[in-house]
Design a protein around this ligand. Structure first.
Ligand code: ADE
Length: 239
């Protein structure tokens, strides 16, 4: 059966959203993956279908109730081998390596948080793995879930044509992508760098490598620190 994302949310109408068009949307229509958005509110039990309540100990906002969310998770009938994720700004940062693992498996359950948070007992009791897509706060986990699913779907077999699939080399070799150019040769007085039109493939490759390294060192010292230093060349100095 195809890779599937099961999403638990208070806003199921947000799915597939942007994943219904373009690359992901075409793959969805051709059955290469599936998305199932389930309404957490369908598991509410009281007369007012309430899903949240005030935080124990006081403070602002509302907390998603453990009983309602646990019932929603249990009703989804998730096979034990599927990862159970909770989108949250306090989660472990999502990486391309984790995306690749998720894309290789059967596909995750993704719980989308809302309000000030969700009851800790359901995180612990249902073994939810908290995942963040970056150090900023969204108003809910839905947009984060869409980003995670998009990153997975483009890695599924048959989703991307042969052409672009190697573009992962950028992140998987730990460096940022080098700059790209195409026609026209001259744009607002700026030419395409001469090396790229020289036809010398070895020179093109080393220029691109140098550009990637310079960008990574300047913008992402955290990534650059993980790149092993180059051995000195025979003359004892770098080219
Ligand atoms: N929910 C709110 N902000 C988020 C973030 N940065 N990552 C994942 N889920 C979130």
């Amino acid at each position: 059966s195809p890779w599937r994302a099961t999403v638990l949310t208070l806003f199921p109408e947000m799915f597939p959203g942007p994943l219904g068009v373009s690359l992901a949307g075409r793959a969805l229509a051709s059955g290469l993956w599936e998305i199932e958005a389930r309404d957490i509110r369908a598991s509410a039990t009281d007369r007012h279908r309430s899903v949240d309540d005030t935080p124990a100990g006081g403070g602002p906002g509302m907390v998603l109730r453990a009983d309602v969310l646990a019932a929603a998770i249990d009703a989804a009938g998730i096979a034990p081998e599927r990862p159970r994720l909770l989108m949250s700004p306090r989660g472990r940062p999502l990486t391309q390596a984790r995306v690749a693992e998720l894309a290789q498996g059967p596909g995750p359950l993704i719980v989308c948080g809302r309000f000030e948070g969700i009851d800790q007992r359901v995180i612990d009791g249902r073994g939810l793995e908290e995942v963040s897509i970056g150090d900023y706060v969204l108003s809910g986990g839905e947009i984060a879930a869409l980003a995670l699913i998009d990153a997975c779907v483009r890695l599924l077999p048959g989703v991307m044509g042969k052409e672009a699939s190697g573009t992962e080399e950028s992140f998987s070799d730990g460096l940022l992508e080098y700059p790209q150019y195409t026609r026209p040769q001259l744009f607002e007085g700026a030419p395409i760098p001469e090396i790229l039109t020289s036809g010398d493939h070895a020179k093109v490759a080393s220029w691109r490598r140098a550009q990637s390294e310079a960008l990574t060192a300047a913008r992402r010292p955290d990534l650059w620190a993980q790149i092993p230093p180059k051995p000195p060349n025979r003359a004892g100095r770098q080219k």
